[in-house]
Design a protein around this ligand. Structure first.
Ligand code: 5GP
Ligand code: ZN
Length: 110
């Protein structure tokens, strides 16, 4: 979608190293981390937010949580603290669905 910062990252218009990439999603470091480890897991499809999800996204959501688990393992977070956060409404600032994986020490609200 035009003017969507995450679409631009996904299509390479804005260069960014990916922690993980598959057919349907990417994961990359948050530019302004709220925790020691702060990774965004982002579907390639432009989905606005939670409100736009329905049953047709079931397998995408499973894939997102598989990606979360992979990133948890890769970042040695199993025995540390981690959280997954999805903001919506006024708490959401980038209008392209994304899951925050926050690991280690939490510094501020996402
Ligand atoms: P939200 O408030 O929408 O849940 O979270 C948006 C997140 O995207 C914020 O944590 C913010 O730091 C991050 N962010 C915004 N713009 C960029 C960007 O251009 N690159 C990266 N890597 N993260 C971004
Ligand atoms: Zn987008």
């Amino acid at each position: 979608m035009d003017n969507c910062i995450f679409c631009k990252i996904i299509n390479g218009e804005i260069p960014k190293d990916f922690e993980l990439e598959s057919e349907n999603l990417v994961a990359f470091a948050d530019i302004n981390p709220s925790a020691d480890i702060h990774i965004l897991i982002v579907p390639k499809e432009h989905i606005g937010g939670i409100k736009d999800l329905n049953r047709s996204h079931d397998s995408l959501l499973s894939e997102i949580y598989e990606a979360v688990n992979k990133l948890v393992t890769e970042n040695n977070l199993e025995n540390d603290s981690y959280r997954v956060v999805v903001n919506g409404g006024k708490a959401q600032h980038v209008p392209h669905l994304h899951f925050h994986l926050l690991g280690g020490q939490w510094k501020k609200m996402v």
